[in-house]
Design a protein around this ligand. Structure first.
Ligand code: FMN
Length: 220
């Protein structure tokens, strides 16, 4: 898998065609959900053909059109970073299967969503899924220097990891995190702001995949 190519092709998509997800795409997404839930202890669910959560109100930023499929990111409390990390694994699996997406913390109807939430757990947010009217478009991004200690002397894997981080979606495109190299390990931390724990989980997944190094790269 060329992860950087897949990440470059992914953009948030909020307007969808009236077309159900194909069987092969559903299977690929469900297989990744099952793997993520086993590994993480989260209860991420795929909700298909359910138009209520995204039924359109007034047109405003973040309004959705034609969205009938979504992921519900359910799990125990205080797992925000894991929600980001595993949710984005499923986003990338969906993208590889030709399915567009958008993370949604706010602009959906919580009350109407048909989601199973075990006692003591919570639905953190959802991810809209479907075939986009367009593939979305590139947006403004910070530079590697703005989010890290990168220099001309930094190893290639570190630069590739940072490139992948800058392709990661963040809530309101804030990219509020900081990466630094400690020997051959990397420290990642978030800055203050809404959803930055989830954003950090997404960014750490992108760093692992972009750099080609596994989860043992993180400084303790
Ligand atoms: C944790 C999180 C929450 C988000 N919540 C919303 C939302 O409530 N409504 C919305 O329209 N977009 C939402 N987004 C999408 C971001 O606006 C989008 O990812 C960001 O602007 C970067 O654009 P890109 O995904 O095309 O790279 C969210 C993204 C993340 C990562």
């Amino acid at each position: 898998m060329d992860w950087l190519e897949l990440m470059r092709a992914r953009h948030s998509v909020r307007r969808f065609l009236d077309k159900p997800l194909e069987g092969a795409a559903v299977e690929a997404i469900q297989a990744e959900i099952d793997a993520c839930n086993r590994e993480s202890g989260l209860h991420i669910q795929l909700i298909l053909n359910e138009p209520e959560a995204f039924r359109a109100e007034k047109a405003h930023y973040g309004s959705f059109e034609g969205c009938k499929n979504y992921l519900a990111l359910v799990g125990p409390k205080d797992r925000d970073e894991a929600v980001g990390y595993y949710g984005q694994r499923i986003v990338l699996a969906a993208q590889a299967a030709g399915v567009n997406s958008c993370w949604v913390a706010l602009t959906y109807k919580k009350g109407k969503a048909k989601i199973e939430i075990p006692a003591g757990e919570t639905n953190y947010m959802v991810i809209a899924l479907g075939y986009g009217k367009t593939q979305g478009s590139p947006r403004k991004s910070k530079t590697p220097e703005q989010i890290s200690d990168v220099t001309d002397a930094s190893p290639d894997w570190y630069r590739r990891g940072l490139e992948a981080v800058l392709l990661a979606p963040t809530a309101i495109n804030q990219q509020r995190f900081r990466f630094s190299l400690e020997g051959d390990k990397v420290r990642a931390r978030r800055l203050f702001g809404p959803c930055t724990k989830v954003d950090l989980g997404i960014a750490k997944l992108h760093f692992e995949l972009g750099s080609g190094r596994g989860p043992d790269l993180w400084a303790k």
